[in-house]
Design a protein around this ligand. Sequence first.
Ligand SMILES: [Zn+2]
Length: 327
Amino acid sequence: MNDWKTLPKTEIHLHIEGAAPPEFIRTLAKEKNVDLSGVFAADGSYRWADFAEFLCTYEAATSVLQSPEDYRRLTEAVLAESAANGVVYTELFLAADFCGGGDVAAWKEYLAAMIEGADNARAAHGIETRFISTCVRHFGPEEAVKIARLTAETAGPMLTGFGMGGEERHLSAADFAPAFAIAAEAGLGLTSHAGEICGAGSVRDTLDHLKVTRIGHGVRAIEDPALVDRLADENILLEVCPGSNIALSVFSDWPEHSIERLRRAGVPVCVSTDDPPYFHTTMTEEYAHLADTFAWGRADFNAINTAAMNAAFCDEDTRQRMLAKFR
Ligand SMILES: [Zn+2]
């Protein structure tokens, strides 16, 4: 395991609130006199048994994140944990709906605080960060357009991407085409969750209508061989989070996971943790599982990290500097 801990890694699918270390949330709750005792198991980890309970725990834990300063501290806590697991480059999903309720002036304060947190983490640990602003699918297309406009207005060297998370079964990808068109026009990198809860069709719709270069998860594309070929041909990177998929029963166990079959079919894949403490995982543990299950070695990990950097939403200097770490 230790071997995998120090290996340089990229992670480009990580939700900032979902990555909050339990200890950090406990500290914040204590400062604010919020009782979160029901949220934690005896060993201090987040407690949930089924998806409904997962959502309740997630909502309760994130309810203590209330100000830009809380988010600066959260950014530093999350990036310290990433760096401790060997991550050298990371992209964090932020949701303006949770950072100032979608108000542009408030969002600017939250974003500035998170950039300050990322700058501090770079100085302390050498970790490089970019942010992806996400709309929430089940908040609907109009809110998505609002978030896309806000993202376009505040895009910069650190805020480089636009994406969509939330309930995958809600509406169809085409309904969100206007939001993604605004983000594309602003020069932002585009990604969207698909092919996790819903099947291959959701990946196809997302490619057709949202013009993304990456898919969040996308692992159920394996159900459609023609789609697998298309992903390989069009060089669409899948942001794969195996531990998350297994925790949420998208696959029953590691050997059943599609990542190796997708990779063998020529689809660019990389590895991330999604909401790691909720799924009781870390980047180190993901690598250890992949090494044990599929006999992946350093060359395989360097290859997936190279694929991630080739699809990363960053400037060319940063890309080349990071790629050098995986040669
Ligand atoms: Zn996700």
